[in-house]
Design a protein around this ligand. Structure first.
Ligand SMILES: Nc1ncnc2c1ncn2[C@@H]1O[C@H](COP(=O)(O)OP(=O)(O)OP(=O)(O)O)[C@@H](O)[C@H]1O
Ligand SMILES: [Mg+2]
Length: 270
């Protein structure tokens, strides 16, 4: 099983003051599923990804990747952090192989696999470019290429398109869907963009403000491959309205209106 599971995960950061960040989060994905998380800034999305990446052990609850406990085991999933973190002193190819090399893949094999992906990732001819010579979209594709090359079935992508302009972003969404359909990896994708989440995902988890909880999970039952024009179709628009309403409800949960224990949070989509 190459998916992931979070079971009753709660976490607080304990410095000068205690910051409760996650409150009883459970979320599972079977192998090959594309799941998104949307939620307000600071609700704990990046913290959840760091837990699945094995970089942070939650105070309570379990995080599993491919059936193994993620706590204390970084590298079970391939993680693309919120900032692209390309190394400016390594050329594109050497940046691409970094994750695989750290995971113990031989340099030669990593280079071979990376070279084969430069074309499908829209980077052909830029193998020897420095990161500073790449456009914003190319840098994101290179960071994604590196993440794809990192062994492990599950990809954890933290707002990979957050910094891109609308046109580049649309191109990247279409392209990510294509790559995902071809490679069939499990994806957990964080975004602030409700439309992007619905366009790309099988399911969208909506989080409440900090301490983040999963308020509701919305299905995106649209046939694939999905053309970008789908966002103007009636069924999509209706789903988007429902997702926005769920997000509004989740925001109210954060204002102290947590439902009493034992009552399920509202599921506007039934
Ligand atoms: N290492 C840390 N030490 C203390 N507090 C932290 C740490 N990392 C995150 N936090 C706090 O935890 C909360 C959740 O942070 P997180 O980065 O997970 O939010 P997020 O949902 O990803 O937000 P954004 O959408 O802005 O990226 C924030 O209040 C943040 O200040
Ligand atoms: Mg974040």
């Amino acid at each position: 099983m190459n998916g992931f599971a979070l079971r009753h995960v709660s976490h607080a950061f304990r410095g000068e003051r205690v910051v409760p960040v996650l409150d009883d989060v459970s979320l599972e994905a079977e192998a090959g599923t594309f799941v998104s998380i949307v939620g307000p800034s600071g609700c704990g999305k990046s913290t959840l990804l760091r837990i699945l990446a094995g970089l942070l052990t939650p105070e309570t609850g379990e995080a599993e990747v491919a059936g193994r406990n993620a706590a204390g085991h970084p590298g079970l999933a391939a993680f693309m952090p919120q900032k692209d973190l390309l190394l400016p002193w390594r050329r594109a190819l050497a940046n691409a192989t970094l994750g695989a090399e750290i995971a113990g893949v031989s340099r030669r094999q990593a280079r071979e696999e990376a070279l084969a992906l430069f074309e499908p990732f829209g980077l052909a001819g830029f193998e020897r470019a420095w990161p500073a010579q790449l456009s914003g979209g190319m840098r994101q594709r290179l960071a994604l290429l590196r993440t794809f090359l990192t062994p492990g079935g599950t990809l954890l992508l933290d707002e990979p398109f957050g910094a891109l302009d609308a046109i580049t972003r649309r191109e990247m969404q279409a392209w990510l869907q294509e790559v995902w359909l071809r490679h069939g990896r499990t994806v957990l994708f964080v975004t602030h963009d409700v439309e992007e989440a619905l366009l790309l995902s099988d399911r969208v988890a909506v989080m409440s403000p900090r301490p983040g909880r999963i308020a509701t999970v919305v299905d995106a039952p649209f046939a694939r491959p999905r053309r970008s024009e789908i966002v103007t179709e009636a069924a999509f628009v209706a789903r988007k309205a429902a997702l926005l309403a769920a997000l509004d409800d989740a925001m109210r949960m954060g204002e102290g209106a947590h439902p009493p224990a034992g009552r399920a949070p509202g599921h506007p989509l039934g």
